[in-house]
Design a protein around this ligand. Structure first.
Ligand code: SF4
Length: 691
């Protein structure tokens, strides 16, 4: 038996674990108590992660479609790679380079994300690369950067949650999404701190809160403005902090004072006395944090919503000090690193702007190309998929580690668009719902079969170490990129050795906001991860940002003038209820991996619709009976789950499944104007008994 220290393949906590293997096969997952983030604790997904390595659960040979409309058939690697190179090249020749797109994933390692971005810009020379992280935390990233000059999910380690005075958690449910992190919230309360949860649902996390504010879906922005209004009216503003560490308070003050608490109560349903108590507890705490997650961010006003919560932090002096600040609980395993190294439409490695001439020159220098040759920013994830097969849009797509048929908004439409592509290639571990549409499917190696780094929600760069060889017939994504680049005329600069890829990434990121220059595999191993920025090998890394100054040009954080506006869709006579979507503890994202693990599937076998008992009574439906949920985009059918943890005007569906109960058939792709985040978290629906 051999054991290898590594990390969980799923969420952004990136829990440390030890994989035991015998005879080249994974046997079980063991605790790794030394890793500080989870100290050995794992959720059910992590504990069963060895099951997804089994060759029976996955692809072990490339698949090539036999003619248009034909079947996918097993093929050799050279043939499959030739087909991909030809498909991409043909579309570029016929329609132009930007008709070829690349769609990445927040689960790809930093090395893959880096080389995928380089492949798009240097080999394909297309502007159109984006990734599914756009659907995850892009609003928080945009707000973070605008307010503080730099975006790192948490600007402090998770352990600081345990000792702060008060946490306001907005639209996050770590009890379902990252259970080992609950320990920090429990310790917070044991240490005398207070937990305030903002969520329309009484989630398992909300049940542990000191105060639970339950705004109507889509009204978090109004709530934050109401709280700021009360902080100002009740004399809770930290004037010294505002004067010395921030700019723009007057503008934020004017917009907050226009949002009267009584009006905010009517919009949100949160009583004024509860708002008043929440803001007093937060302001008077010795230190405090606001943490947002998808519930606050996945809106057509997600960026403004996060800015409004940051305004509140700044007004009461809860940022840029030990134990205080704003942070985002990112979702995917490498959602953070995935956006730092070049698979986002508007960014180059090191978290540099693709429109910044100095950044272009630096990265082009590392890549050995002319900066003028680098394309500019391309379309965002949904816009990319929405143009597929249309005139002037995408004609060929290379997709790695993502399953938009299940996870994209308005998923029925996205599926149709993908079918209209001239050519689709998918690299994945399993035959996902999206891979089933592809012309070529490439079976890729996964977490315990390849070495690579990821960056967790704290900005801690960690190392997943290979413990096993991939099954016969499976190759790494780095191999795929090297082979495709060579077939498309670039035979240098795409190493399939992750160490070489990381060394180049270090150089490309050097001097950028997400500076990895001083981080090496050796240091990560020795130090249980290294926090970026880390500009040289003698630098200790930066667990806590902004303590002396913010990362803006003048060192001050920026308030924003933001105002409430309704969600793109409001309930009306035809569609009288809100739909909100989310996760369950035993499934992960589109479920492509976790639905194949027997224990997880048994615990969460399919979708459901949460309805309040009053609504269930009105509909004449009992627990387990089928409900049809319709929006302007389609219809989904799933059993009712009757519970008073949901508001009577709202239904909830988890989004991990395809088929008749696919929640994203219903969701609205209305985009945030800044982050281009779709409005997953609220739309208008009608609910009926399914006939
Ligand atoms: Fe894996 Fe996240 Fe569960 Fe930790 S909390 S074991 S990283 S899925």
């Amino acid at each position: 038996m051999t054991t290898t220290d590594t990390h969980c393949p799923y969420c952004s906590l990136q829990c440390g674990m030890r994989l035991a293997a015998r005879g080249g096969a994974a046997v079980e997952i063991l605790e790794r108590t030394r890793f500080p983030v989870n100290r050995g604790a794992l959720c059910g997904k992590g504990r069963t992660a060895a099951a997804v390595l089994s060759p029976t659960a996955r692809l072990t040979a490339p698949l090539v479609r036999a003619g248009r409309g034909g079947e996918l058939r097993e093929a050799s690697w050279p043939l499959a790679l030739d087909r991909v190179a030809q498909g991409l090249e043909r579309a570029a020749r016929r329609y132009g380079r930007d008709a070829v797109g690349v769609f990445g994933g927040g689960g790809l390692t930093n090395e893959k994300a880096y080389l995928l971005g380089k492949f798009a810009r240097v080999v394909l020379r297309t502007a159109n690369i984006d990734y599914n992280g756009r659907f995850c935390m892009s609003s928080a990233a945009a707000a973070h950067r605008a307010a503080f000059g730099l975006d790192r999910g948490l600007p402090f380690p998770l352990e600081d949650i345990a000792t702060t005075g008060c946490v306001i958690l907005v639209g996050g449910n770590p009890a379902e999404t990252m259970p080992p992190a609950l320990r920090y919230f429990r310790e917070l309360r044991e240490n005398g701190g207070r937990l305030i949860v903002v969520d329309p649902r009484r989630t398992r996390t909300a049940e542990q809160a000191d105060l639970h504010l339950r705004p109507a879906p889509g009204t978090d922005l109004a709530l934050a403005l109401g709280l700021l209004h009360l902080a100002i009216a009740d004399g809770l503003v930290d004037e010294e902090f505002v004067r010395t560490r921030t700019t723009g308070f007057e503008r934020a003050l004017a917009s907050a004072m226009a949002h009267w608490p009584e009006h905010v109560e009517r919009l949100t349903g949160v009583p004024v006395p509860l708002m008043r108590e929440a803001v007093r507890v937060f302001a008077e705490a010795h230190s405090g944090m606001v943490l947002t997650a998808r519930g606050a961010e996945q809106h057509s006003k997600g960026t403004d919503t996060v800015r409004a919560w940051i305004n509140l932090c700044l007004a009461v002096g809860k940022a840029g000090r030990p134990g205080s600040g704003y942070g985002c609980l990112t979702g995917q395993g490498n959602g953070q690193g995935g956006r730092e190294h070049g698979q986002k439409a508007d960014q180059l490695p090191g978290y540099r702007s693709i429109e910044d001439p100095a950044a272009r020159a630096h990265v082009a220098g590392v890549w050995g190309v002319d900066p003028d040759q680098l394309p500019g920013p391309g379309r965002s994830a949904y816009e990319l998929l929405d143009t597929a097969g249309r005139d002037g849009g995408l004609r060929a797509l290379l997709l790695m580690g993502s399953n938009p048929v299940v996870s994209a908004p308005r998923a029925g439409h996205v599926t149709e668009r993908l079918r209209e592509l001239d050519f689709l290639a998918v690299s994945d571990v399993v035959l996902s719902e999206t891979a089933r549409l592809a012309d070529v499917v490439l079976p890729s190696a996964q977490w315990a079969e390849e070495t690579g780094t990821t960056t967790n929600l704290e900005g801690r760069v960690i190392l997943r170490q290979a413990a096993l060889d991939p099954p016969q017939g499976v190759r790494t994504d780095l191999y795929v990129l090297r082979e495709l680049a060579a077939r498309l005329g670039v035979d240098k600069g795409f190493p399939d050795d992750p160490v070489e890829a990381f060394e180049e990434l270090r150089r490309a990121s050097a001097g950028g906001p997400a500076d990895y220059a001083g981080i090496s595999y050796r240091r990560i191993r020795d130090e249980d991860g290294v926090f970026w920025p880390c500009p040289d090998e003698h630098h200790p890394g930066t667990p806590r940002l902004f303590l002396d100054r913010f990362a803006t040009a003048d060192g001050r954080a920026r308030f924003a003038a933001v105002s409430h506006r309704p969600s793109a869709e409001q309930p009306d006579a035809d569609y009288p209820l809100y739909l909100t979507t989310g996760r369950v503890v035993s499934q992960y994202q589109s479920g492509a991996q976790t639905r194949r693990v027997a224990e997880l599937n048994e615990a969460a076998p399919g979708p459901f619709v949460e309805v309040h008992p009053r609504l269930a009574h009105r509909l004449g439906v009992a627990e387990g009976e089928l409900l049809a949920v319709s929006s302007r985009r389609g219809r989904a059918v799933a059993p009712a789950r009757v519970t008073d943890t949901i508001r009577p005007d709202t239904v909830f569906m988890p989004f991990h499944w395809d088929g008749p109960g696919r929640a994203n058939t219903l969701t609205n792709p209305a985009l945030d104007p800044t982050s281009r985040m779709p409005e997953f978290k609220v739309c208008a629906v009608r609910v009926e008994r399914a006939s």
